[in-house]
Design a protein around this ligand. Structure first.
Ligand code: ZN
Length: 242
């Protein structure tokens, strides 16, 4: 352990002052986003544009390219499901493990409400929301076809088996919702549309919608406390379509 000695000369003070100036210059040179991301995690490791990348970012400013993209490794989920549920293989494996661990620890169940949705199924999903809420309301809760994370095969809406808060904000207060908020990152998932981030993500709080990004990125998001993929990667706010 080193002890601090009191400054004994003007020379020491000058060294200290120049060090402080150098430190200030350094801080100024670091991009703003680096302040919230860990230094040792490579944020350029995977593409954010390639729809086959586990880091692909789909939002209102970033449609999938091509818009009718279909993943080639979709597998049927081996978990309880409300509608036939498929995800890409690594995401499917992670969901299975996550649901099993939750059940082991709590004796309760989780199920897939909705997982992969093709371009054409998103057409009907989005249109039915427009019928119910009008276009403005629909845009806060459902993506237009070609812009949906569900089309990546990496996103899943989770609900409680026997629960009554499916696809509603009260899901956040269920045992399932609370456990996911705390533990999903350990399995490589992030809560994609957090509370209070509508201006950034373009969507209202969706405590049921989880996105698989892999354990490395999920851990870094957890450790740095950055709540949205947009902020983490320094992308513009995706409040609305252009
Ligand atoms: Zn969803």
């Amino acid at each position: 352990m080193r002890s601090l000695r009191p400054f004994s000369s003007a020379g020491a003070l000058a060294v200290l002052a120049s060090g402080a100036i150098a430190a200030m210059l350094l801080v100024g040179a670091v991009p703003a986003q680096a302040a919230t991301a860990s230094a040792d995690f490579d944020r350029t490791k995977h593409s954010l544009d390639d729809p086959a990348s586990s880091w692909v970012i789909a939002n209102k400013l970033r449609p999938l390219q091509p818009t009718n993209w279909v993943p080639d490794d979709l597998v049927r989920l081996k978990v309880p499901q409300v509608y036939d549920a498929y995800l890409r293989k690594p995401a499917a494996k992670a969901v299975t493990r996550m649901f099993a661990d939750f059940q082991k620890k709590t004796g309760l169940g989780m199920q897939s409400q909705s997982a992969y949705r093709s371009y054409s199924s998103q057409v009907s999903t989005y249109n039915s929301w427009v019928d119910t809420l009008g276009q403005e309301g629909a845009d806060l809760t459902s993506a237009r076809p070609g812009y949906s994370e569900h089309q990546t095969g990496l996103a899943i809406d989770i609900s409680a088996v026997g629960g009554s808060c499916s696809l509603r904000s009260c899901f956040a207060d269920t045992k399932q919702g609370k456990w996911l908020a705390k533990h999903a990152w350990e399995y490589g998932f992030v809560l994609r549309y957090p509370q209070g981030k509508t201006k950034i993500t373009g969507y209202e709080f969706e405590p049921w919608h989880y996105r698989f990004v892999g354990t490395g990125l999920a851990r870094d998001l957890h450790e740095t406390g950055v709540k949205t993929l947009e902020k983490y990667f320094g992308l513009p706010n995706a409040t609305d379509y252009e």
